[in-house]
Design a protein around this ligand. Structure first.
Ligand code: MG
Length: 224
């Protein structure tokens, strides 16, 4: 594999484990706004975007479609709670090798971006306790599109604007912990690198078609 020009990193279970801060914050938001007990795990799966998580959980617990204003209030309440929860979350940690991989890529002249299903505000918040935001100059987020492939396309478009020309699939790597991250990378026209640091195994990521799979970011990064 040749060295990429740009690498996009997923956040949850790829760079950091938040110790459940996201799930708790959704639960708090639903309780605060609607007085209902909501568990996003009952309605969604890992790797879904925040807009999908919010909407599907709303429909699941409220039994109806949310209005635009209700979704806006939900996003705001979620983010409000997350900003506090992330600071006190006992299980919060940066995953093994993440900072070393970011440093190695940065030192090699690779431009770094975020690709996350989290809304931009939530993505930044999740990186804040560890100061990881310093590595990323741009990104694609769940707030760019509820569809992860579209959010990945948005990130690649921003990378192309930054570099000054269109980027081919071999020039952009997407790094993520779920099969959906890998298939979205391919659909958006990027190389898909799986990291088995979340709930999905090396085999599952290979089966999703990953161009390379790492057990963790402590392994040598492809192309370096
Ligand atoms: Mg993830």
């Amino acid at each position: 594999m040749q060295k990429p020009l740009a690498v996009l990193f997923d956040i949850d279970e790829t760079l950091v484990h938040t110790g459940g801060a996201g799930g708790r914050s959704w639960t708090w938001a639903f309780d605060h706004l609607h007085g209902v007990a909501a568990d996003i795990g009952d309605h969604t799966s890992a790797g879904e975007t925040d807009p999908e998580v919010g909407r599907q959980t709303f429909e699941g617990v409220m039994g109806r479609t949310p209005t635009d204003a209700e979704m806006a209030a939900l996003y705001a309440a979620y983010l409000w709670h997350l900003a506090d929860d992330i600071r006190t979350s006992e299980g919060y940690r940066v995953l093994d090798g993440a900072e070393e991989a970011l440093r190695a890529l940065s030192d090699a002249g690779v431009v770094l971006g975020v690709i996350s299903g989290a809304m931009e505000g939530a993505a930044r918040t999740k990186m804040e306790p560890a100061g990881l935001g310093r590595w990323f100059v741009f990104g694609g987020y769940g707030s760019d599109s509820p569809d992860r492939t579209e959010a990945t396309r948005a990130a690649i478009r921003k990378a192309s604007l930054l570099v000054g020309h269109d980027l081919s699939p071999t020039e952009v790597f997407v790094v993520g912990d779920t099969p959906h991250d890998v298939t979205s990378a391919h659909a958006a026209g990027a190389t898909g690198i799986g990291v088995a640091s979340g709930k999905h195994s090396v085999d599952e990521l290979r089966e999703a078609g990953a161009d390379a799979v790492l057990t963790s970011l402590t392994e040598a990064f492809p192309g370096l």
